[in-house]
Write a protein that binds this ligand. Sequence first.
Ligand code: HEM
Length: 288
Amino acid sequence: MANLVYRHNRITRLTHWINALALLILLMSGLQIFNAYPHLHWGSKAEPEEAFFSIYAANEDGEIRGYTQFLDWRVDTTGFLGVQNTEMGPFPRAFPSWATIPGYFWLAGGRRWHFFFAWLFALNGLLYFFYNLARGHVRKFFFTPRDFSRLLPMALYYLRLRRESPQAGEYNPLQKMAYTGVFFFLTPLIFLSGFAMSPQLDAAFNWLPAMFGGRQSARTVHFLLTFLFAFFTFGHVVMVMTTGVINNMRSMVTGWYVEGERTPETTASSSEKSEPPANKEAHDYAEK
Ligand code: HEM
């Protein structure tokens, strides 16, 4: 029989969607800021010709081509990176206008969007974290050394090479690793590397850029972490879509999850007892 489980409390649902929106805007406004100087360096100096990674446009026999270069390895990325094809013809631009906020070139505007949503992302994350820490929810997905031995069996289960799920608690070991990595590694590092790019903060706390090996290294770390966030989000959305998209989305919008609809691959299950259950069946479940 299908059971209704109250899976995500109000604060989790609210902060989750604010977080998804904030991260999208942070990504797009960050790409706008990157476009102002589309080169990456390690250390503290920035000379375009010494960059280890660059996105640029070059004139090839009268034709403008876009290139992405990593060390000596160069790829023609015309139409996507370096040169965007517009109605008025090819236009030099590192990341295309559809990937940036604002869509046209405006560094100051990009920075305003970025800093506003960075504060929103931070306060929103703190609300999620401390609220759920106080309710004992955070420890349910905190990865511990005991989870190591369950990682491979869990991966084999997802690959359908193993019949029984090794999941012991409400979150499986792969989820625990991903969430713990995002909360305790990715998020603090992306903030620290962001702060290390602020000249004012660098003047006050010179250990900040030093811990990354220089201000340019901090910028590179910040850029790479952005793509780790994007990678996590991609994997996360794939899991949401492949393990019962309607049921999963319902649980993150209304809080309620139908346990009987669960596919064998469904990842987490958590029953919350904090808010009044909507009906008896759900109540019965929550009391178990
Ligand atoms: C538009 C993109 C996104 C969609 C459609 C989405 C969807 C969902 C859904 C449906 C769930 C519930 C899954 C379940 O109950 O098992 C969930 C949980 C979760 N999502 Fe997302 N998500 C998105 C973006 C993100 C981003 C960007 C992050 C963080 C970087 C994130 C972090 C989480 C976390 C930590 C949970 C578990 C929350 C908890 O159980 O306390 N999501 N997401």
